[in-house]
Design a protein around this ligand. Structure first.
Ligand SMILES: NC(=O)c1ccc[n+]([C@@H]2O[C@H](COP(=O)([O-])OP(=O)(O)OC[C@H]3O[C@@H](n4cnc5c(N)ncnc54)[C@H](OP(=O)(O)O)[C@@H]3O)[C@@H](O)[C@H]2O)c1
Length: 273
């Protein structure tokens, strides 16, 4: 495993195991991923898509200090209305506090390495309120760093950054053509040493994966196209999430650190994005 160190001093693995949509298989898949060598786990206090208690159950036997645990506060609009984990009537700050308390219990830990705001809220004022509540959790020692997800407007990120007492350490976004692969946001993150995490990396990019360039490099390095894409991103200090359910793919995703693309190859893949 290769690691990045965030502005908050938190070590973040360069590839992170994602736990969405695994339902009752969550515990066994997370345990398998950790056994094979993943050390970072991404989840959310969002029962609609994540089985957070299953993630917590899978951590047993792994020293806490060796793990990077990331979870999210999901604003109301992201929940199944029949399964909102916190008091939906409570003020936003209280929702954030409740969500974090539930995550700590689910994950059987007394601190979270990275708490991510799952998406901006409907108004800038509400987003600010949630951010401030997350900062309070850092101040109390329950959370080591905070970040934001699904934020595709640079102006919004810029405003959040300027107003924040505690700056975002992570941006977690979909890596796809509609946003031109967040080229501007990734550069913005790089300038501020914010770690950019990608999701939908494989799902959204069948064209790039089938491109002549990636096919050629896969043959050269005797690797798969997904391995080339993941390796490319990690060499740019982007940390991709992988939610694979396949043991073979888990092994392949971890094996990306066994080879290195050269500068000309990095530049050639960049042409695709
Ligand atoms: N912040 C957000 O709003 C948000 C949204 C979506 C996801 N996420 C996070 O990101 C994680 C990953 O989600 P994702 O949407 O990127 O998709 P994903 O769950 O990783 O699935 C991607 C697809 O790629 C396949 N795959 C994975 N590794 C592979 C490999 N080495 N070779 C070939 N195929 C491979 C998987 O199939 P197999 O299972 O067969 O390998 C799956 O069909 C989630 O679990 C979640 O933690 C966050």
């Amino acid at each position: 495993m290769e690691w990045l160190t965030s502005t908050a001093g938190v070590r973040v693995p360069k590839i992170i195991y994602g736990t969405a949509w695994k339902q009752s298989a969550t515990q066994s898949l997370v345990a398998q991923a950790l056994k094979l060598g993943f050390r970072g786990v991404d989840t959310a206090c969002q029962p609609k898509h994540y089985e957070e208690p299953g993630v917590g159950a899978a951590l047993k036997g792994f020293p806490r200090q060796d793990l990077f645990l990331q979870t999210k506060y999901t604003p109301l609009s992201g929940h199944d209305p029949t399964r909102i984990p916190y008091n939906a009537q409570a003020p936003i700050a209280e929702q954030v506090a409740q969500s974090c308390a539930i995550s700590l219990k689910n994950l059987r830990t007394d601190y979270i390495d990275s708490l991510v705001l799952h998406s901006p809220l409907p108004s800038a004022k509400q987003t600010q309120e949630a951010w401030h509540a997350m900062e309070t959790l850092v101040d109390s020692g329950k959370v080591r760093q905070i970040g934001i997800s699904n934020c595709y407007q640079l102006s919004m990120l810029d405003k959040l950054y300027d107003l924040a007492g505690i700056k975002p350490a992570v941006v977690q976004n979909r890596f796809y053509a509609d946003t031109r692969f967040d080229t501007g946001i990734r550069a913005w993150c790089r300038q501020r040493k914010i770690i950019y995490q990608s999701f939908w990396t494989l799902t959204a990019n069948p064209k790039a994966l089938a491109s002549i360039m990636i096919t050629r490099l896969a043959a050269k390095y005797q690797r798969t196209a997904p391995q080339i894409l993941f390796r490319y991103l990690t060499q740019l200090d982007v940390a991709p999430l992988t939610g694979t359910s396949s043991e073979q793919h888990m092994r392949e995703d971890l094996a990306i650190f066994e080879f290195q693309l050269d500068d000309a190859e990095i530049a050639a893949i960049t042409e695709l994005f």
